[in-house]
Write a protein that binds this ligand. Structure first.
Ligand SMILES: NC(=O)c1ccc[n+]([C@@H]2O[C@H](COP(=O)([O-])OP(=O)(O)OC[C@H]3O[C@@H](n4cnc5c(N)ncnc54)[C@H](OP(=O)(O)O)[C@@H]3O)[C@@H](O)[C@H]2O)c1
Length: 435
C-alpha cells in the first residue's frame, strides 16, 4: 500500500506525542502510537514515564474493539522480544490491526526488522520509513546510544553580540533574557544529564536544575569535569546533591586506588554497570542518600571528617588549574563530597571519547553541555557533538570578555542549520550533525 498525505499527518501526530515524554522514559525510548479507524483517531499513547508500558498496548487499550481493522502509526518499529513487557508486535496482531505504519526501524539487535517480519507473517500490511527524518530526530538520544554507544550530545551556549560567553572573573553574566532561559529549562527537562567544566561550576555556582513549575522532578543528573575535586563544598551543586544527583569526573591520578597501586584505574571499574534506570529522581522531595548511579559502596562509610577548604577557595591555587595533587588533601575532599551525597568517578575528564561510552553504559542517552568555553571547545575538537544550540543576544560584554569557542560564522563542517527561533530579543540557531 502506498503512503498517503494522511499517513504523514497521523505519523506527525504520533511524533508530536512521542516528544511529550522525552527524557522521562529511560532507558526506553519515548515512542508515540496513534490508532486510526476510518480516518478517525480511536487510540493514542506515548511510552509511559519510566519506560513502561510501551505506547502500543496503551493505545490499543484505548481503541478497544475499534482496533480491529484499524491502522496503527508508530514512531519506532514495534518490539518483537519478550523483555519486561510482552512484544508489542504480538499485541498489534492479537488486536486485529490491519496495517502498521512505522517511522523508524529499531536498531536494537533484538528487534531490528523482526518486529516488521512478525507483523507481515501475521498478514498485516506494514509501511516503514514514513517521516523517517522527523522520527529519527525525536528518537535521536535512543538511536545514538544504540548505534554509537554514547549519549546524544548537545552543546548549548549563550553568545553576546560581540561573541563572548561571559566576563573573566565575574561569575554568571546575564546574556539571554527570560524567554530564552525558559526554553533552556525545557531542554534540560528533556535531557538525561547536563555537564559543565569546573571553571563554570566555580565561577557561576549554578544549580543546573529544572525550575519550571511541574517539571522540577525532571532535573537532569549534573556532571562536572573536576580533575582535582575542586568543587566547593559550599556550592549549590553540593548543597543539592541529595535532591538531584551530582557526579564529579575526577582525574585517575587522585583516585584512592590509583594512588595506592601506582597505576591509575580506568574509568569503567569506577562506574557501576547499567541498571536499566537512569538517575532522575521522580520525587522532588526525595531525601535519600547516594546517587542512583553510585557503585555499591559509594557513599557508604563516608563519615563526617574534617573538611579541607575547596580548591577554588584555597590561597595560591588557581581555580581548576592546579598542576600538582596533594593526595591527603584530595582524599579529605573526596570523603567530604561523598558525605554530602556527591558521586565521584575517576576518569581523565578531558577524554570525552572514554567518558561518553561510560555514561551510555549507565543509561544516559542524552547529554547537554552547558559550558564553559574550554569544555565546549573540548567537545567541539573531539568531534563528539550532535547538536549545537547557539543563543545570540544583543547584550555587549566588551572588556574582559571570554570568547565563545564557536560562533554562527564558524560552525564546524558536517553540521546543518536546522532553523532559527526568536525568544524575546534573543535568537536561537540550531545546528545538527549529519549522521
Ligand atoms: N554564555 C554561556 O552559555 C556560558 C555557559 C557556561 C559558562 N559560561 C562562562 O564560561 C566561563 C567559564 O569557562 P572556562 O572555559 O573558564 O571553564 P570551563 O570550561 O567551565 O572549565 C574548564 C576548566 O577545566 C580546566 N581544563 C584543563 N584542561 C582542560 C581541557 N583540556 N578541556 C577543558 N577544560 C580543561 C580549565 O583549567 P585551566 O583554566 O587551567 O585551563 C578550566 O578551569 C565562566 O565565566 C562562565 O560564566 C558561559
Amino acid at each position: 500500500m502506498s503512503v498517503t498525505p494522511d499517513d504523514e499527518g497521523f505519523m506527525a501526530a504520533a511524533i508530536r506525542l512521542s516528544r511529550r515524554h522525552l527524557g522521562r522514559t529511560a532507558t526506553n525510548p519515548s515512542v508515540g502510537c496513534v490508532i486510526v479507524k476510518d480516518g478517525v483517531v480511536v487510540g493514542q499513547a506515548v511510552t509511559a514515564l519510566g519506560g513502561r508500558p510501551h505506547a502500543e498496548p496503551q493505545a490499543l487499550a484505548e481503541a478497544g474493539d475499534l482496533a480491529r481493522g484499524a491502522t496503527a502509526y508508530v514512531t519506532l518499529e514495534p518490539c518483537s522480544h519478550h523483555g519486561k513487557t510482552p512484544p508489542c508486535a504480538e499485541a498489534l496482531i492479537a488486536c486485529g490491526v490491519a496495517r502498521v505504519v512505522i517511522s523508524v526501524t529499531d536498531p536494537d539487535p533484538r528487534v531490528s526488522g523482526r518486529g516488521i517480519s512478525m507483523l507481515r507473517e501475521a498478514g498485516i500490511a506494514v509501511d516503514a520509513g514514513v517521516l523517517e527524518a522527523e522520527g529519527r530526530r525525536s528518537l535521536a538520544a535512543y538511536l545514538t546510544r544504540q548505534t554509537k554507544n554514547r549519549p546524544y550530545v548537545t552543546l548549548k551556549l549563550a553568545v553576546s553580540a560581540d561573541g563572548m560567553i561571559g566576563r573573566q572573573g565575574e561569575g554568571q553574566v546575564a546574556i539571554t533574557g527570560p524567554e530564552a532561559r525558559a526554553e533552556v529549562q525545557t531542554l534540560r527537562a528533556e535531557t538525561d544529564a547536563i555537564l559543565v567544566g569546573i571553571g563554570t561550576a566555580i565561577s557561576d555556582d549554578p544549580l543546573l536544575t529544572v525550575r519550571t513549575p511541574g517539571l522540577e522532578a525532571q532535573s537532569p543528573i549534573r556532571i562536572v569535569l573536576d580533575p582535582l575535586l575542586s568543587l566547593p563544598l559550599t556550592s549549590k551543586l553540593v548543597a543539592t546533591a541529595r535532591d538531584v544527583p551530582v557526579i564529579l569526573v575526577a582525574s585517575e591520578e587522585i583516585s584512592p586506588l590509583g594512588s595506592e597501586e601506582g597505576s591509575p584505574p580506568s574509568v569503567l571499574p569506577g562506574i557501576s554497570p547499567a541498571r536499566g534506570e537512569i538517575g532522575k529522581r521522580r520525587d522532588p522531595n526525595f531525601q535519600g542518600s547516594g546517587s542512583p548511579f553510585a557503585t555499591e559502596d559509594v557513599g557508604q562509610g563516608a563519615t563526617s571528617q574534617p573538611i579541607s577548604p575547596p580548591v577554588g577557595e584555597m590561597p595560591g591555587r588557581a581555580e581548576g588549574g592546579a598542576s600538582s595533587v596533594d593526595a591527603t588533601d584530595a582524599d579529605a575532599r573526596r570523603v567530604a563530597l561523598e558525605a554530602a551525597g556527591v558521586e565521584i568517578v575517576y576518569c581523565n575528564p578531558y577524554h570525552p571519547e572514554v567518558l561518553l561510552p561510560a555514561l551510555a553504559t549507565r543509561g544516559i542517552s542524552s547529554l547537554l553541555i552547558e559550558g564553559g568555553a574550554k569544555t565546549a571547545k573540548l567537545f567541539l575538537e573531539a568531534g563528539l557533538l550532535d547538536r549545537i544550540q547557539l543563543y545570540q543576544a544583543p547584550v555587549v560584554i566588551g572588556e574582559g570578555g571570554i570568547e565563545s569557542p564557536v560562533q554562527a560564522t564558524d560552525i564546524p563542517s558536517g553540521f546543518t542549520h536546522m532553523g532559527t527561533q526568536l525568544f524575546g530579543v534573543d535568537r536561537l540557531d540550531e545546528y545538527e550533525r549529519e549522521n
